[in-house]
Design a protein around this ligand. Structure first.
Ligand code: CUA
Length: 333
Protein backbone atom coordinates (compact mmCIF):
# COMPACT_ATOMS: atom_id res chain seq x y z
CA UNK A 1 0.00 0.00 0.00
CA UNK A 2 2.81 2.41 0.82
CA UNK A 3 4.86 2.58 -2.26
CA UNK A 4 4.81 2.89 -5.94
CA UNK A 5 5.94 -0.65 -6.55
CA UNK A 6 4.05 -2.17 -9.41
CA UNK A 7 1.19 -4.35 -8.27
CA UNK A 8 -0.90 -6.45 -10.58
CA UNK A 9 -3.72 -6.44 -8.04
CA UNK A 10 -4.64 -4.03 -5.25
CA UNK A 11 -4.00 -5.19 -1.68
CA UNK A 12 -6.21 -8.06 -0.66
CA UNK A 13 -7.63 -7.36 2.79
CA UNK A 14 -11.03 -9.02 2.94
CA UNK A 15 -12.25 -12.59 3.07
CA UNK A 16 -13.59 -12.48 -0.49
CA UNK A 17 -10.64 -10.71 -2.10
CA UNK A 18 -8.63 -13.79 -3.08
CA UNK A 19 -11.76 -15.54 -4.31
CA UNK A 20 -12.73 -12.61 -6.51
CA UNK A 21 -9.17 -12.58 -7.87
CA UNK A 22 -9.27 -16.33 -8.56
CA UNK A 23 -12.46 -15.92 -10.60
CA UNK A 24 -11.01 -12.91 -12.39
CA UNK A 25 -7.80 -14.76 -13.26
CA UNK A 26 -9.73 -17.80 -14.44
CA UNK A 27 -11.91 -15.64 -16.74
CA UNK A 28 -8.82 -13.88 -18.05
CA UNK A 29 -7.06 -17.18 -18.74
CA UNK A 30 -10.14 -18.56 -20.44
CA UNK A 31 -10.41 -15.47 -22.63
CA UNK A 32 -6.73 -15.58 -23.54
CA UNK A 33 -6.96 -19.28 -24.38
CA UNK A 34 -9.86 -18.83 -26.81
CA UNK A 35 -8.47 -15.61 -28.28
CA UNK A 36 -5.14 -17.28 -29.03
CA UNK A 37 -6.78 -20.45 -30.36
CA UNK A 38 -9.16 -18.60 -32.68
CA UNK A 39 -6.67 -15.97 -33.85
CA UNK A 40 -4.11 -18.77 -34.36
CA UNK A 41 -6.54 -20.77 -36.48
CA UNK A 42 -7.39 -17.72 -38.60
CA UNK A 43 -3.72 -16.98 -39.14
CA UNK A 44 -2.81 -20.59 -39.89
CA UNK A 45 -5.68 -21.10 -42.37
CA UNK A 46 -5.06 -17.71 -43.95
CA UNK A 47 -1.49 -18.66 -44.74
CA UNK A 48 -2.18 -22.27 -45.69
CA UNK A 49 -5.01 -21.40 -48.09
CA UNK A 50 -3.49 -18.21 -49.47
CA UNK A 51 -3.83 -17.48 -53.18
CA UNK A 52 -1.58 -19.62 -55.29
CA UNK A 53 -0.87 -22.21 -52.61
CA UNK A 54 -0.97 -25.77 -53.85
CA UNK A 55 -3.71 -27.19 -51.58
CA UNK A 56 -6.88 -29.22 -51.87
CA UNK A 57 -9.74 -26.77 -52.42
CA UNK A 58 -12.52 -29.33 -52.81
CA UNK A 59 -15.75 -28.69 -50.89
CA UNK A 60 -15.20 -29.80 -47.30
CA UNK A 61 -17.92 -30.85 -44.88
CA UNK A 62 -16.64 -31.47 -41.38
CA UNK A 63 -17.51 -34.69 -39.52
CA UNK A 64 -20.33 -34.65 -36.97
CA UNK A 65 -18.02 -34.95 -33.94
CA UNK A 66 -16.22 -31.77 -34.99
CA UNK A 67 -19.50 -29.88 -35.44
CA UNK A 68 -20.70 -31.07 -32.05
CA UNK A 69 -17.48 -30.10 -30.33
CA UNK A 70 -18.10 -26.40 -31.12
CA UNK A 71 -21.34 -26.72 -29.22
CA UNK A 72 -20.54 -29.10 -26.44
CA UNK A 73 -17.19 -27.73 -25.30
CA UNK A 74 -18.33 -24.19 -24.39
CA UNK A 75 -21.58 -25.25 -22.69
CA UNK A 76 -20.10 -26.92 -19.59
CA UNK A 77 -17.42 -24.22 -19.41
CA UNK A 78 -19.92 -21.34 -19.32
CA UNK A 79 -22.19 -23.22 -16.91
CA UNK A 80 -19.20 -23.76 -14.64
CA UNK A 81 -18.34 -20.03 -14.77
CA UNK A 82 -22.00 -19.13 -14.19
CA UNK A 83 -22.30 -21.29 -11.08
CA UNK A 84 -18.97 -20.15 -9.71
CA UNK A 85 -19.59 -16.43 -10.24
CA UNK A 86 -23.23 -16.37 -9.15
CA UNK A 87 -22.38 -18.23 -5.96
CA UNK A 88 -19.73 -15.66 -5.15
CA UNK A 89 -21.98 -12.78 -6.18
CA UNK A 90 -24.89 -13.93 -4.01
CA UNK A 91 -22.60 -14.45 -1.05
CA UNK A 92 -21.29 -10.91 -1.49
CA UNK A 93 -24.86 -9.58 -1.70
CA UNK A 94 -26.08 -11.20 1.51
CA UNK A 95 -24.59 -9.90 4.73
CA UNK A 96 -24.42 -12.42 7.59
CA UNK A 97 -27.18 -11.84 10.15
CA UNK A 98 -24.76 -10.98 12.93
CA UNK A 99 -22.93 -8.33 10.89
CA UNK A 100 -22.12 -5.08 12.62
CA UNK A 101 -23.87 -2.16 10.95
CA UNK A 102 -22.15 0.99 9.80
CA UNK A 103 -24.46 3.71 8.52
CA UNK A 104 -23.16 5.84 5.67
CA UNK A 105 -24.40 9.14 4.32
CA UNK A 106 -22.68 10.28 1.14
CA UNK A 107 -22.82 13.83 -0.13
CA UNK A 108 -20.94 16.10 -2.48
CA UNK A 109 -18.15 15.48 -1.61
CA UNK A 110 -17.62 13.48 1.50
CA UNK A 111 -18.39 10.23 3.25
CA UNK A 112 -20.06 10.44 6.64
CA UNK A 113 -19.94 7.20 8.56
CA UNK A 114 -21.36 6.16 11.89
CA UNK A 115 -20.58 3.16 14.09
CA UNK A 116 -23.25 1.27 16.06
CA UNK A 117 -21.94 2.87 19.26
CA UNK A 118 -22.64 6.28 17.77
CA UNK A 119 -19.08 7.29 17.00
CA UNK A 120 -18.93 9.27 13.77
CA UNK A 121 -16.21 9.58 11.17
CA UNK A 122 -15.71 11.57 7.99
CA UNK A 123 -13.79 10.18 5.00
CA UNK A 124 -12.27 7.57 7.26
CA UNK A 125 -13.58 4.25 8.46
CA UNK A 126 -12.14 2.12 11.24
CA UNK A 127 -13.11 -1.54 11.25
CA UNK A 128 -11.91 -4.59 13.15
CA UNK A 129 -10.60 -7.75 11.52
CA UNK A 130 -12.61 -10.94 11.71
CA UNK A 131 -15.99 -9.24 11.97
CA UNK A 132 -18.58 -8.99 9.23
CA UNK A 133 -19.48 -5.34 8.60
CA UNK A 134 -22.63 -4.31 6.80
CA UNK A 135 -22.76 -0.85 5.26
CA UNK A 136 -26.23 0.71 5.03
CA UNK A 137 -25.81 3.65 2.72
CA UNK A 138 -27.76 6.57 1.35
CA UNK A 139 -26.93 9.81 -0.45
CA UNK A 140 -28.02 13.31 0.40
CA UNK A 141 -27.78 14.51 -3.18
CA UNK A 142 -26.59 12.63 -6.27
CA UNK A 143 -25.47 9.06 -6.94
CA UNK A 144 -22.13 8.12 -5.42
CA UNK A 145 -20.44 4.75 -5.21
CA UNK A 146 -18.66 3.21 -2.23
CA UNK A 147 -15.54 1.52 -3.52
CA UNK A 148 -12.82 -0.20 -1.51
CA UNK A 149 -10.52 -2.00 -3.96
CA UNK A 150 -8.70 -3.89 -1.21
CA UNK A 151 -11.99 -5.48 -0.17
CA UNK A 152 -13.16 -5.99 -3.79
CA UNK A 153 -16.46 -4.26 -3.06
CA UNK A 154 -18.20 -1.49 -4.95
CA UNK A 155 -21.77 -0.41 -4.35
CA UNK A 156 -23.73 2.55 -5.68
CA UNK A 157 -25.10 4.93 -3.06
CA UNK A 158 -28.42 6.44 -4.12
CA UNK A 159 -30.50 9.39 -2.96
CA UNK A 160 -33.83 8.39 -1.43
CA UNK A 161 -33.12 4.69 -1.11
CA UNK A 162 -30.85 2.61 1.07
CA UNK A 163 -28.36 0.23 -0.49
CA UNK A 164 -26.11 -2.17 1.34
CA UNK A 165 -22.87 -3.99 0.92
CA UNK A 166 -20.75 -5.95 3.35
CA UNK A 167 -17.25 -7.24 3.93
CA UNK A 168 -15.10 -8.93 6.50
CA UNK A 169 -11.62 -7.44 6.69
CA UNK A 170 -8.84 -9.88 7.45
CA UNK A 171 -5.60 -7.92 7.21
CA UNK A 172 -4.81 -4.89 9.39
CA UNK A 173 -3.62 -1.88 7.41
CA UNK A 174 -4.79 1.30 5.73
CA UNK A 175 -6.61 1.07 2.42
CA UNK A 176 -8.14 3.38 -0.15
CA UNK A 177 -11.78 4.37 -0.14
CA UNK A 178 -12.98 5.90 -3.40
CA UNK A 179 -16.15 7.32 -4.84
CA UNK A 180 -16.59 5.35 -8.04
CA UNK A 181 -19.48 7.25 -9.60
CA UNK A 182 -18.95 10.62 -11.23
CA UNK A 183 -20.76 13.00 -8.87
CA UNK A 184 -19.66 16.50 -9.84
CA UNK A 185 -16.69 18.84 -9.73
CA UNK A 186 -14.85 17.30 -6.80
CA UNK A 187 -15.68 13.67 -7.52
CA UNK A 188 -12.00 12.86 -7.81
CA UNK A 189 -11.41 14.23 -4.31
CA UNK A 190 -14.22 12.26 -2.74
CA UNK A 191 -11.98 9.67 -1.25
CA UNK A 192 -10.85 8.51 2.11
CA UNK A 193 -9.25 5.61 3.88
CA UNK A 194 -10.30 2.46 5.60
CA UNK A 195 -8.24 1.58 8.66
CA UNK A 196 -8.40 -2.10 9.49
CA UNK A 197 -7.41 -2.81 13.09
CA UNK A 198 -7.20 -5.85 15.31
CA UNK A 199 -10.34 -6.23 17.44
CA UNK A 200 -8.58 -4.94 20.56
CA UNK A 201 -7.15 -1.92 18.74
CA UNK A 202 -10.60 -1.23 17.35
CA UNK A 203 -12.22 -1.39 20.80
CA UNK A 204 -9.59 1.01 22.08
CA UNK A 205 -10.16 3.37 19.16
CA UNK A 206 -13.93 3.18 19.65
CA UNK A 207 -13.55 4.14 23.31
CA UNK A 208 -11.54 7.25 22.47
CA UNK A 209 -12.61 10.43 20.75
CA UNK A 210 -15.74 12.42 21.24
CA UNK A 211 -18.73 10.62 22.72
CA UNK A 212 -21.49 10.70 20.16
CA UNK A 213 -25.04 9.75 20.97
CA UNK A 214 -25.92 6.25 19.81
CA UNK A 215 -28.30 6.20 16.83
CA UNK A 216 -31.04 4.60 18.96
CA UNK A 217 -30.88 7.36 21.59
CA UNK A 218 -30.73 10.10 18.96
CA UNK A 219 -33.64 8.47 17.13
CA UNK A 220 -35.73 8.29 20.30
CA UNK A 221 -35.11 12.01 20.84
CA UNK A 222 -36.32 12.80 17.32
CA UNK A 223 -39.34 10.57 17.85
CA UNK A 224 -40.17 12.73 20.87
CA UNK A 225 -39.33 15.99 19.13
CA UNK A 226 -41.63 15.33 16.17
CA UNK A 227 -44.29 13.88 18.47
CA UNK A 228 -44.56 10.67 16.43
CA UNK A 229 -46.05 8.92 19.45
CA UNK A 230 -49.11 11.15 19.53
CA UNK A 231 -50.51 9.08 16.66
CA UNK A 232 -48.32 5.98 16.49
CA UNK A 233 -48.40 4.91 20.13
CA UNK A 234 -50.45 1.80 20.74
CA UNK A 235 -52.28 3.52 23.57
CA UNK A 236 -53.96 5.99 21.21
CA UNK A 237 -57.62 5.03 20.67
CA UNK A 238 -59.07 4.87 18.19
CA UNK A 239 -55.85 3.99 16.38
CA UNK A 240 -54.97 6.85 14.05
CA UNK A 241 -51.74 5.41 12.67
CA UNK A 242 -50.09 1.99 12.46
CA UNK A 243 -48.30 1.06 15.70
CA UNK A 244 -44.57 0.87 15.18
CA UNK A 245 -43.55 -1.81 17.68
CA UNK A 246 -42.08 -4.75 15.80
CA UNK A 247 -42.73 -3.07 12.45
CA UNK A 248 -39.18 -3.44 11.21
CA UNK A 249 -38.86 -6.23 8.64
CA UNK A 250 -42.54 -7.15 8.83
CA UNK A 251 -44.87 -7.50 5.84
CA UNK A 252 -47.25 -4.58 5.55
CA UNK A 253 -50.54 -4.61 3.68
CA UNK A 254 -51.20 -1.39 1.81
CA UNK A 255 -54.44 0.38 1.04
CA UNK A 256 -54.01 -0.40 -2.64
CA UNK A 257 -53.86 -4.13 -1.93
CA UNK A 258 -50.12 -4.57 -2.38
CA UNK A 259 -47.85 -6.00 0.28
CA UNK A 260 -44.43 -4.55 1.08
CA UNK A 261 -41.69 -5.39 3.51
CA UNK A 262 -41.06 -2.70 6.10
CA UNK A 263 -37.36 -2.35 5.39
CA UNK A 264 -35.17 0.73 5.71
CA UNK A 265 -36.24 2.23 2.38
CA UNK A 266 -39.98 1.68 2.96
CA UNK A 267 -39.86 3.18 6.45
CA UNK A 268 -37.82 6.13 5.27
CA UNK A 269 -40.27 6.81 2.47
CA UNK A 270 -43.18 6.55 4.90
CA UNK A 271 -41.59 9.24 7.06
CA UNK A 272 -40.63 11.62 4.27
CA UNK A 273 -43.60 11.04 1.95
CA UNK A 274 -46.31 9.27 3.95
CA UNK A 275 -48.87 9.37 1.15
CA UNK A 276 -46.71 7.25 -1.16
CA UNK A 277 -47.64 3.93 0.47
CA UNK A 278 -50.59 4.13 2.85
CA UNK A 279 -51.17 1.17 5.16
CA UNK A 280 -54.49 -0.62 4.69
CA UNK A 281 -57.13 0.59 7.15
CA UNK A 282 -55.62 4.04 7.75
CA UNK A 283 -56.21 7.49 6.34
CA UNK A 284 -53.34 9.46 4.77
CA UNK A 285 -53.31 12.05 7.56
CA UNK A 286 -49.61 12.08 8.40
CA UNK A 287 -47.74 15.31 7.68
CA UNK A 288 -44.91 15.25 5.15
CA UNK A 289 -41.46 15.33 6.72
CA UNK A 290 -39.48 15.57 3.50
CA UNK A 291 -36.65 18.06 3.90
CA UNK A 292 -37.29 18.50 7.62
CA UNK A 293 -35.10 15.70 8.92
CA UNK A 294 -31.51 15.19 7.82
CA UNK A 295 -30.40 11.85 6.38
CA UNK A 296 -28.57 11.20 9.64
CA UNK A 297 -31.77 11.97 11.54
CA UNK A 298 -33.78 9.59 9.36
CA UNK A 299 -31.15 6.95 9.87
CA UNK A 300 -31.35 7.49 13.65
CA UNK A 301 -35.14 7.19 13.54
CA UNK A 302 -34.81 3.88 11.70
CA UNK A 303 -32.32 2.65 14.29
CA UNK A 304 -34.85 3.57 16.99
CA UNK A 305 -37.70 1.82 15.15
CA UNK A 306 -35.51 -1.25 14.81
CA UNK A 307 -34.82 -1.15 18.55
CA UNK A 308 -38.59 -1.46 19.13
CA UNK A 309 -38.30 -5.02 17.87
CA UNK A 310 -38.00 -6.61 14.46
CA UNK A 311 -40.08 -9.23 12.72
CA UNK A 312 -38.70 -12.65 13.44
CA UNK A 313 -35.74 -13.86 11.43
CA UNK A 314 -35.66 -10.93 9.06
CA UNK A 315 -32.74 -8.59 9.25
CA UNK A 316 -32.06 -5.43 7.40
CA UNK A 317 -30.47 -7.32 4.56
CA UNK A 318 -30.72 -4.21 2.54
CA UNK A 319 -33.11 -2.58 0.29
CA UNK A 320 -31.01 -2.14 -2.74
CA UNK A 321 -28.41 -4.04 -4.63
CA UNK A 322 -28.70 -5.58 -8.04
CA UNK A 323 -29.73 -8.99 -6.76
CA UNK A 324 -32.80 -7.71 -5.07
CA UNK A 325 -35.95 -6.03 -6.21
CA UNK A 326 -39.03 -8.14 -6.69
CA UNK A 327 -37.47 -11.38 -5.55
CA UNK A 328 -36.97 -10.43 -1.93
CA UNK A 329 -40.20 -12.01 -0.83
CA UNK A 330 -38.46 -15.37 -1.10
CA UNK A 331 -36.02 -14.45 1.63
CA UNK A 332 -38.72 -14.25 4.25
CA UNK A 333 -39.64 -17.11 6.57
CU1 CUA B 1 -19.19 10.96 -5.03
CU2 CUA B 1 -18.11 10.63 -7.13
Amino acid sequence: MDNAEFQLFPDAASTVASRVDALFLFMTALTIFFTVAIAGAILYLGIRYRRGANVNRAQYSPPLWLELSWLLTPVPVVIFVFIWSSQLFLEMQRPPKDAMEIRVVAKQWMWKLQHPSGRREIDELHVPTGRAVRMTMISEDVIHSFYVPAFRIKQDVLPGRYTTTWFEADTPGTYHLFCAEYCGTNHSRMKGRVVVQTPSEYEEWLGGGRRDQSPVVAGAALYEQFRCGSCHAQTVTPLRAPPLEGIYGRSVKLANGATVTADDSYLRESITRPAAKVVAGFQPIMPVFEGQISEEGLSDLLAYLKSLGTADGVTADGSGGAAEGGSREGAKP
